[in-house]
Design a protein around this ligand. Structure first.
Ligand code: B12
Length: 250
């Protein structure tokens, strides 16, 4: 007999759990358009994320879509991962959907004509968790900073070389793994060896805490990406890394 209803074929019922839908409702409240952005991130819906984000941008500010849509969605994905509901494939799809959405928001944010200063951003050597870094890039660019994005899994020596070459006002680093966060400290040590002194704002997960980041020279801990433009502004005005640390981690 021919199959009449294809919607029941190849459905992974273990993935179609109550959990994501419950999460979406919890995060978005009454805002239906934001609920669709969150849903597209959680479900890793690469076919629809672009249209959904564009629709949200007709009603909402790009920074709100980033915070209340894309970041809210990926936070739910983090919870689903921690609860053991999501595994690598779903998480990877969700991450890619978030990155696509972020690109569209970034385009909409545009860049102020006057450049305020230069920032180098990267995700630590051995680490591919670059979502936080990409958010930092978008918010910095929206605030008028020129951003050199070194990408993910960037060797310590390459970061230091870029600092030597471009002389940024501030560097940003993101790490999530206990095995990669040490690269942030090694950057600080190498900069010191070479006589370079640049504020080094860091964020991420796992062991990347304020006490770890402030255990090495130049390190300033940022819990949230929204702090990056504020730190960059202070650095560009000439505040030292010690001054920044007092202000943000005091
Ligand atoms: C998404 C994710 C992935 C995605 C990453 C996709 C991508 N493009 O980033 C994929 C599926 C690829 C992945 C892979 C792996 N992952 Co993973 N992953 C996660 C997950 C679910 C969410 C992390 C995340 O992106 N959060 C959202 C972003 C937006 O948050 P964020 O980066 O922290 O950024 C925020 C702040 O920290 C801050 N911020 C960040 N950077 C900066 C910088 C500055 C300057 C400032 C001011 C602020 C700031 O601003 C942002 C918010 O505004 C976490 C679980 C969790 N609960 O966190 C595990 C987690 C990080 N992963 C983990 C592991 C183990 C892995 C794998 C090794 C799994 C495997 N067996 O292969 C691989 C790692 C491969 C590698 N070499 O890196 C572990 C790490 C454990 C540890 N402490 O070592 C975690 C904690 C899961 C767990 N509980 O086991 N992962």
């Amino acid at each position: 007999m021919p199959i009449r209803d294809y919607s029941k074929v190849f459905v992974r019922y273990d993935l179609v759990t109550e959990s994501p839908y419950y999460s979406i409702k919890r995060s978005a409240g009454e805002n239906q358009i934001m609920a669709r952005v969150i849903e597209s991130v959680i479900l890793g819906d690469l076919d629809n994320i672009e249209n959904v984000v564009k629709a949200a941008l007709e009603e909402e500010d790009p920074v709100d879509v980033i915070y209340n849509g894309l970041i809210a969605g990926i936070k739910e994905v983090s919870t689903l991962w921690d609860e053991g509901v999501y595994y690598l494939p779903q998480t990877l799809l969700a991450s890619d959907a978030m990155l696509l959405g972020l690109e569209i928001c970034e385009e909409r944010l545009g860049c102020p004509v006057r450049k305020r200063g230069l920032v180098i951003t990267h995700t630590a050597e051995g680490d591919i968790h670059d979502l936080g870094q990409k958010i930092v890039n978008a918010l910095l660019r929206a605030s008028g900073f020129e951003v050199i994005d070194l990408g993910k899994d960037v060797p310590v020596s390459e970061v230091v070389k870029a600092v030597r070459q471009h002389k940024p006002d501030i560097i940003c680093g993101t790490a999530h793994l206990s095995t990669t966060m040490g690269a942030l400290k090694r950057i600080s040590e190498k900069m010191k060896e070479e006589g370079l002194s640049v504020p080094f704002a860091c964020g991420g997960g796992g062991g990347v805490t304020q006490s770890f980041i402030t255990s090495f020279d130049f390190g300033i801990y940022g819990k949230d990406a929204s702090l990056a433009p504020k730190m960059a502004e202070d650095a560009e005005r000439g505040m030292s890394w010690q001054g920044l640390r007092r202000k943000y981690n005091g």
